[in-house]
Design a binder for this molecule. Sequence first.
Ligand code: HSE
Length: 433
Amino acid sequence: MKPVKVGICGLGTVGGGTFNVLKRNAEEIARRAGRGIEVAQIGARSSNPRCDTSDTPVTSVLEVADNPDIDIVIELIGGYTVARELVMKAIDNGKHVVTANKALIAVHGNEIFAKAREKGVIVAFEASVAGGIPIIKAIREGLAGNQINWLAGIINGTGNFILTEMREKGRTFDDVLKEAQALGYAEADPTFDVEGIDAAHKLTILASIAFGVPLQFDKAYTEGITRLTTADVNYAEALGYRIKHLGMARRTEAGIELRVHPTLIPADRLIANVNGVMNAVMVNGDAVGSTLFYGAGAGMEPTASAVVADVVDVVRAMTSDPENRVPHLAFQPDALSDHPVLPISACASAYYLRIQAKDHPGVLAQVASILSERGINIESIMQKEAEEHDGLVPMILLTHQVIEQKIDDAIAAMEGLEGVAGKVMRIRVEQLN
Ligand code: HSE
């Protein structure tokens, strides 16, 4: 059989990795796919010193989508503009698409999949979430017998790398971020990493395939890691917790929780010990219970691993009847549910609160009564000695689970107390059991 011809658009870190893996493992990949896979064209503005592309024509990216010889367009440009134009053009021209672009799928996926269905082509996007971990395939196919209850993931390697280095080596935020950028992990705009936007893109995708709802990135709650202090990291540790930047999606009767924020996790959970640039996703299903998927969430060849697996999947499925393929979002498109995404004020969580109290009698009692008046149960409490520089006493409380609206209200009341200085630090707590 003739080889399948693919065009790689974007020859940066992931594009270069994909080119090299397709070349290096060509024989093994052909034995799996049943046909050879040939990189017949590259769409890129410049070459990649880590790839020998001397035998492959290099053109502009949009020319790849117009080339009648190309069967599969691999979009590895990133961003929403040229990438979107390229993907829509490729689909219009009847080509299958493989992409690693989480922002594009999270924001424009509904429109892209509708167009793909109209044209009978596949859009595969495994590499868009958690780099080399085959988490989309695992949820979409491996866990297809379950009702998924919740999933929680460390799905931004840069953020996890920063938190790990700060905790283990006491390094500064900026210093670690620069290293992540040099290693090729960080987004072009690093605020996407540290403010949780990149994780929210990935969480949006995971939630859709877990719960069978349309992609709704605009409804995801996003909170970054820039406000975390070493003191909070250490207090969490003293209470038996680690702070991770977690993406959490949970199905409740009222709606779906879709939120990315710093989170205290019991230190003995496996996921609390996922360090550096590594990613991990826990998925809890009614039949399977809890599962954990771990691996490199970014980087040249780990991400290429997922891209190439998608190419193999497409090659295997391209001759099949489009109606009988695995649906893009795991559920049949006419069976997607309109179960709403909840605003953060309606989500339920336990909380870590750090209150900077003046060293007066009665402040703790006032704080405790603010919580009890609102039916918020205190799980534990820790009071440290007054700090030398300001004489304030850090009071750390852990609460039981409560709706966020109630804790917001309690925090506002605490901040109004004469004995409380400044803002109350609030971090959500998840037991993940
Ligand atoms: N910037 C992302 C990360 C790259 O750090 O995880 C992979 O999506």
